[in-house]
Every structure is written in structure tokens, then in C-alpha cells.
Design a protein around this ligand. Sequence first.
Ligand code: SF4
Ligand code: SF4
Length: 392
Amino acid sequence: MAEERSVSIEVVYRGIFQKTLAQRICRSVVLAARKRGHTGTAFARYGDSPERNGVPAKQFAVVAADELELEASMAKYEPSVVDVSIAVDDTLVKGVESWAWYGRQPIWKPVRANGWLLVTSDKKPDEVLAQTDKAERPYTLGIVPGGASFAGLWVYKDDHTDFRVLGALAKILPQWIALDDAKAASLELAKGDQSAVASVQYGYDATTMRRVKDGEGTSGHEVLQFKKPGWTKMRPGVIVEARKPGERNPYYKKYGARTMRPVVNFDTCIKCTMCWLDCPDECFEVTPEGHYEVVYEACIGCGICAQVCPVKDCIVMVDELKFTDNKDKWQLWKTDHSKYNSWFEDMSGVSADPKKGASGSVPPNANPAANAATNPGADPAANPTTSAGGDE
Ligand code: SF4
Ligand code: SF4
């Protein structure tokens, strides 16, 4: 930290789906810090941030001891080093590609040595760390309880993720955000709703911290890397090459945008083509047997295929953090049915044999839009103080 003179915080979020949430977190940080006499500002990288559904994006809050210091900090525009990075969807720890030409980067990339990475998650710190790129410098991982909130989709529905995060920040940065100030700010933002104060306290109390040493984390994400040409190397004019039959654009991989991915039960598939027809990203390839397999490098995890598939549990959406690569799975089904079916059951929690019924609980709908509509409190059980929500 620039020796207690300023503090930089970034919020990494799913573009569009979590935009309002990110804004609210950044604004609440500044509001709480101002109550202590600090000064600060909240901003997006671009005022007209070119966001895309699900594609990682960032917003920032910079708080400083005085205006002069704030001005010096603001000269950075997009802080390349931050004290705290906040990921409001735990699948973002698999790496982010937020500005389209950097390529995939570790979630901790801008976090200074001994800084903090706060992740909203219903998983344990070690489970999240297992999917986070190997650390190149030590930091502290904080898990703020709660699932990924898509409360910022079009209409804001407050599930108090913002207040839980504010409570967690009061815990790690008490010199900038005092707990009492965080509570006062939340009360103001929630227009007097006392449950906001309880959520700040809950975030403060229930956030678990884990020190991460240099070298901890996974080195497995190298398989997710791919080369991008970079905009400076593009040919004159705007040239987007068409996809040739049987090929896919090597620079156009969208898996960084998804929080869930589909798994297919080839045994129950009736080859109706609905998934192939309706996938907005042409992710399905036809197998020699006439099945449809997902090309995971192209899938954005929208969940449409699972919704249009007429066969119950033939396509099931599964938490992205359960996967470590993008390998297609049809080859496994072809060579070893029972091994594939065990994999399907393990991943989906659904029996591969419909006669046997469900082997576990069915995961929630993967489509963020559907989540927002049917599950406004993304994980109400994780937060006893969550309000019922409502349109603002
Ligand atoms: S979730 Fe299904 S419909 Fe959506 S992009 Fe992936 S394969 Fe296509
Ligand atoms: S929609 Fe379902 S049943 Fe139809 S082809 Fe796709 S996976 Fe098979």
C-alpha cells in the first residue's frame, strides 16, 4: 500500500450481469471512507465501458488521505497494482480476460504482495484456491459467504452482496473503512433498512481468511491459455475472418465468460437437433452417430441448450469450478460408456440412467437471466440477513 496514503480496490465482475453490483460496491467503499474524513472516487475503466454479457469487467474505488494524494493515485487511470481485488463470482478465479487483448490473466495479477483477494463464494478457501492460478507472491484469500449474485441484471434486486463485501473490507482495511462507518453507509444506501447493517456485520464476522504462500494454487490453467494477435497486429480495417467449415476461429474463445457449462447425457439424447439449432454460439458439433457434443472452448454457458432440450436431464448445467480443462467429452463416451456415465453423474448430480432417477440434487439454472428472474437472492441461505429484495 502506498504507505497508508491511499488504497486501491478493484471489483472484477461479469459484464452487464453484475455491473450494478460492482458500481454499488465501489460507491459504498467511497461513502464509508468519506465518513472517516478520507476522500475517494469510484470509477469504471471507461465511462462507456464496452461490456458484454458475462465477459469479465472491472470497476475501481480509490480512497486517499487527502485530495492531493487522490489526484496522484488517479493518475494511474486503470490501477495496474491494487491493494484489494474483489471477485463477485468465484468462477472468475479461473482467470480473467477483461480487456480483450491481454489474454487470460490470473485473478490475482494486479494484487500487490501481501494484498487481498476477496471472493464471494459458498465454497471453502482451499476449494477456491485449487482453481486459482499458482501465486507468484503471497496474498490473503478472503471468502465472503454467498453465491454469485446476478442481482445487477437490468433491474437491480438487492441480495446484500454489496453489504457483505463492505463488511469484509471493514475487516481487512479498518484504517480506511471502520465497521461503524460501513454500517452507516449501508443504512444510507439501503434507505434506512436495518437489515443492511446486519449484512455488513455478517460480512465482517463470516468472511474467512486464508494466507496464500508463493507457489500455492494450480498450475493447471496453462491448458486454458491461448494466443491472441493483439489489436496492434490486426490488419488494416476491421477484418473478422469467417469460420471455415469444420474449423473454429483460434482467437475467438469465450469460455472466460461462463459460470456454468453444459454436460450431455448421450445415452438419453434423441438427436432432435434443438441444442444445435438454438445455441447462440454454434458450439455443437455433430458426431458420426448423430449426437451433438459441446465444444467447450466456444461455449459461453448461457444455458439455452439445457432449456430447449426436450429430454429431462439430458443436458445439465454444472458449476464451472468443477472442471479443470476444456476437453470435449464425446470421445470418452465413445470409448468407455460406463466411465463417461460415471463422469456425467459425478459432475451433474443426476443419474445417467433415467429409470434410476436423480442421483443427487440438480444444480440451479445456469442462465444468469433465468437466475435473476427465479432466484433473486442468489444464495439466501448463505446470508441470514438477506432482504426479500425488490425493484428499486
Ligand atoms: S450453454 Fe449451451 S447454448 Fe449456451 S453457448 Fe454453451 S453450448 Fe451453446
Ligand atoms: S436438444 Fe437434447 S435431445 Fe435434442 S439433440 Fe440436443 S442433447 Fe439431444
